[in-house]
Design a binder for this molecule. Sequence first.
Ligand SMILES: Nc1ncnc2c1ncn2[C@@H]1O[C@H](COP(=O)(O)OP(=O)(O)OP(=O)(O)O)[C@@H](O)[C@H]1O
Ligand SMILES: [Mg+2]
Length: 374
Amino acid sequence: MTATQTANRTAVAQSLTLDNLVKTYSSRGREEFKAVKGIDLSIEPGELVALLGPSGCGKTTTLRMIAGLETVTSGQIRIGDRTITDLPPGKREVGVGFESYALYPPLSIRENLAYGLKARKVKGAGALVDSIAQRLEMQDLMDLRPAGLSSGQKQRVALARALVRNPPVLLLDEPLSHLDASARQRVRRELKMLQREFGYTTIVVTHDQVEALSLADRLAVMDGGVIQQFGTPDEVFDDPANLFVAGFVGEPQINVVDGVLRRDGDDTVVEIGGGTLKVDVLGVADGTEVKIGIRPQDASIVSGVAGPGQISASVEYFEHLMEFGQAKISVAGGASLLIQTPARDHYRPHDRCALTAPASRIYLFDRESGLRLR
Ligand SMILES: Nc1ncnc2c1ncn2[C@@H]1O[C@H](COP(=O)(O)OP(=O)(O)OP(=O)(O)O)[C@@H](O)[C@H]1O
Ligand SMILES: [Mg+2]
C-alpha cells in the first residue's frame, strides 16, 4: 500500500475561516498589546496558504489561536461549518508541526511517529510512517531516540509527525528553518507534494519569501497584526496593494522614489529627477506628490543621452552576475535605483544612461498611507 492510499482514509478536505480574529496580550503593570488586529481569512479546502511577514507581525500568535494553544480575544475560527473558536486543542482536528519536541524519550523516532496511529488502530501505519520518512530524508533517524537529535533533525521529525496524523487542517510554523540550504529546498518540494496528495488544508508560516512563493497557492502578507494582502503569488508580486507589500515581496527589493504626477493632454506621467515616465493610473489628480515603485526587473537602461519618455541618469556602480547584471544608477535630483540588466550589457561608473520602464509596471503609492493609487 502506498502512503497516498493509506492516507485516503483522511477526512474530506475542509475549509478554514478566520473572522475578525483579534489577540490582545495584557500583562500586569504593562499596557495592553494588540498582536493580531482583526484578521479575516478564507482558505479553500485543500489549499496551501503561506503566512508571510516580518518578525513580530503576529504569525505565530495567529497559528496558535487556530490550534487552540492561545485564547482568542475576539472573533471566530471555523473549520468547514464547525465553529472551533473555544474548543480545546484536542477537539479541533488540527495538526500542528510546532509542538515538535513533545516526543516520548524512551521510544525510537519510528515508534514515536507510529504511536498515535497504532493507538487508533490505523491499518498500514508502519508503511505510512516509513514512506513519509523516506520522502523527508530521515530514514537514518528512525531507529534513534529523540534525545540528541539536531534541531534540523527534530524539525523533520515534527513535520513527519504532523503529516502522519491525517488532520484535515495542518499548521506549520517555520517548518524548514533549521535545515541547511539544499535539504531545505528538497524537503520543501516533498512537503508541497505530500500536502497535495493528502489534501490537507494547510497554513505554513514563514518569513522567507522564496519559501512562501514556491509553496503557496495563496499568500497572506502580514504586518503589524494586519493582513496587508491575500492573493496568489503572481497577484501579490504583480499587483501589490500597498508600499509595504511591494517592498516585502520581491528580490532584489523594489525601488521607491518620490515624484509628482502630471496630466498632459491624454498622457499621464510621473516626474522623477527632471524627466518623465508614462504611467497607467486614472484616479490621481495633476500635481499629486506620490511614491513611485519600480522593480529592478521591470526597468531598463540604455547607454547615452535620454530621449523622450526616458529619464537621464548616470551609473554609480555595475556588477556583472553572469546571467544578468545589476546597475545602480542615480537620476538628477539624487534618487538612486537598482536596475537589472541583460547579460550582454556592461557599464562603468559615471557612464551616462537613460532609464525607462513600461507604464503598466510603474506602481504609484500615497505618500502618507502607502496605499496603492490606481
Ligand atoms: N505571551 C505574550 N505576551 C505578550 N506579548 C506577546 C506574547 N506572545 C507574543 N507577543 C507579542 O506579540 C507580537 C507577535 O508575536 P508573534 O510571535 O506572533 O510574531 P511572529 O510574526 O511569529 O514573529 P517571528 O517571525 O519572530 O516568529 C510580538 O510583538 C510579540 O512580542
Ligand atoms: Mg513566530
